[in-house]
Each structure stands twice: as C-alpha cells, then as structure tokens.
Write a protein that binds this ligand. Sequence first.
Ligand SMILES: Nc1ncnc2c1ncn2[C@@H]1O[C@H](COP(=O)(O)OP(=O)(O)O)[C@@H](O)[C@H]1O
Ligand SMILES: [Mg+2]
Length: 410
Amino acid sequence: MAAAVEIDNVSKTFKLYHERGTSLKERLVKARQSRYDELKALQGISFDVEEGETIGILGRNGSGKSTLLKCICGVLQPTSGEIRVRGKLAGLLELGAGFQPELSGRDNIYLNGSMLGLTRKEIDAVFDDIVGFAELESFIDNQVKFYSSGMYVRLGFAVAVNVDPDVLVIDEVLAVGDEKFQRKCIARIKQFQEMGRTIIFVSHSADQVRTICDRAVVLQTGEMIGMGTPGSAVRLFRERLLESDGAPPAEDTAPSVDQTQKEEKFQLRVREVFTSVSELEDPVLESGDPFSVTAVFRVKEKIDSMVFVLEIHGAKGELLLRTDTDQLGLSTEAPMGEGRITFDFPSWPLNDGRYDISIGAQNRLGDVTFDWRENVASLEVIYHGRAAGLLNLPLSASLTAGGPIVRKVL
Ligand SMILES: Nc1ncnc2c1ncn2[C@@H]1O[C@H](COP(=O)(O)OP(=O)(O)O)[C@@H](O)[C@H]1O
Ligand SMILES: [Mg+2]
C-alpha cells in the first residue's frame, strides 16, 4: 500500500511578539529582551497515512492538532519538515476557516469548490447535493456571517464530502452540530471508508476514534507521544491527560513513598479495581451468572459534583456500555476518605468473549476527570447455551393452542 499522506519531521513555531514599551524606560528595558517568544506548536512530527486508512488524532487543547491539520491542508507552512499528499485533499478545518463572512452560502460554495480545483460546471453538478446535505436550503443566499456555528459546520462538511476528495481531513468540528447531523456525518465518513478513501480525523471523543479509526496518533504539547491502535492511543491519551492535570496514573502495586507524596495533591484517586471473578484461580465468568466490579478509592478533598463512571468495551474496542452512579440513582457527593463503589450485574448479559472494563471518576458533565483507569480489568466469558450471537437476555417463549397468539417476554 502506498502512503496517501507523508508527514516528515514537521515542526511549526509561532512567533508571539511582545507589545512595544510606551515609556522610554520600558523601551530601554525591553530593548535588551528579544522582541518575541517562540511557541513550538509542533515538534518533529513524522508519520505516514496509508491509502484507504482512517487516522485519528487525539490530544488535549493546545496540543497542536489543528496546527497539524492546517499544515496538511496547506493553510499553514511548516517551519521545517515536509508534507506530501497524493490526490485531491478536502479539509474541514476549525470553525469558519475557509469561509468569507461577507459572501452568501451560495458564493462560498463556489469559492470553496474552485479552491479545491473544481470547475464551475463541476460545482453546478454537486451544488444541490451540498445544500441538501447541509440542510441550508432556506439560508443559502444569506451572508454566512449570519450563520450559527452549527450552520457553518454543516456547510463546511457538506462541501468537503461532496467534492469527491481522495483525502478528507476533519478537525474537531463535528461536536458542534446537533446529534442528528453528527450521525449523518459519521454515516458519510463510513461511506468514504468503504470507497477506500483516506481520512484524517481529529475528535474530542475517544469513542468516535475507537469506532471510526484504524490507527490513532497522540499529540502532547506539539510532540507525537504515540501512535497505534485506537484502543492503545485512547489509553495513552487518558493517562497523559491525568498526569498533566496533576494526578499520576494509578498503580496496581502498593504506592511507593514518592507516589504517596504525590497523592497529597489530588482530590480523588482510584486505588484498586477488582471483579467478582478476579480472585478465582480460573477467572472465567459463565454468561448469565451474576457479576460485580468494585473500585477502591480515596477522596482527599471535598468534591461537590462527582460520579463514578463504568465503561465496558468489547474485544474490538467498541463501547458496549457506559453508565455512571448518577444515572444509577446514587448521590453525586463524594464521601471523604476511603471508600468503595460496586457495580452489580444480577446477570451478565453477554456471551463468549473478552470484555474490558474501565472505571473513572468525573464531574456530572463529564468535562472534569478526577481519575480514570482505562481497561483496568478484563473479563473472560464463556457461554454454554445454544443460542447464537452476543446477547444473553432473560428471555422465554410460550406456545398456546388456538386463540390469539400470546407473546411473552420476561
Ligand atoms: N496563529 C497562531 N499564532 C500563534 N500561536 C498559535 C496560532 N495557532 C495556534 N497557536 C498556538 O499553538 C498551540 C497549538 O494550537 P492548536 O493547534 O490550535 O491546538 P489544538 O487544536 O490541539 O487545540 C497553542 O498553544 C496555540 O495557542
Ligand atoms: Mg483545535
């Protein structure tokens, strides 16, 4: 397979100029300082994106994701290094990038299309598809400066996917649209994958990266700290996220003196996670049997809004369940000191396979993570029944002679 995009030792440095001093004294002092600071937004990034591959890019705010995408799209010039793209590339960059606010939606479609190398005729041919996909029929002749952020994203995505690119680049913008439009975009992205197109995809959603991407890259303050399967990249990303928030990743072993000291600094830490089968010599669960998972935690500082989150992923990394203690009717106030939280399944509902369990503590909105233990436990399940498929639901059937058919599901 040939590489569709080669990113070769790319660095991007922004110069942040100081304000000039106004008084003579200020100027004299500042004359000795440099006139600008350098911000290394990207440092020595190298990776290839194979043709037909979907690559995810994960990283916290400011880690350089958008800068990298802009370099790939040619909107920004790298300070050093090289990027080679084979085929036609269309990008959906940060909100509003690539649109002229004074022009109408209609004119912007023609402008964008021509920038992507389409003739007027070619744009005419896809114009209705673009407007239809964006659901902007009644607004297409309004100036885009009056568009909402959701409308911007819809138009941007509709143009990008309808100009038939070989490489599609999407920044974190999908989160802006409503859920219905997001689903439509994901469906279109999947169509692109089936057509063998190449996609580079920045998302804030670990689950989107898991379900859509073949591989993922993790950026941290401009450096690429890892590249691998979506599962391993998400894990690395979440661990680093915690480290830079001041909480070290939790350890399975007893904390060393050093870690005990670090522990002073954070509000809540998950210290240990075990399941109802983890102590068994042969830790295999029979499908349909009761199962529980328990996390031992320690709360150092009062937290007002806090939920414990349980996630279960399947062997391919797909999310099977995410729930939290708020949804399960527990208080969102964390008890101080040591505690344990147990999630109980009266009957494990999934058949043969391996399942990964993650547990964390977040605020109710899910935008603050106090601690997260990704894939901290796994579960091997065997199923002795005869039904095929993944689910083992409590189910029975009844058969009655004559009369209307009675269906009974327990
Ligand atoms: N045009 C610019 N001028 C100066 N600094 C910039 C510019 N664009 C981005 N940066 C800085 O570069 C870093 C990376 O930004 P960005 O690529 O937008 O990160 P991300 O998309 O991961 O949130 C940030 O520190 C940001 O402030
Ligand atoms: Mg960004």
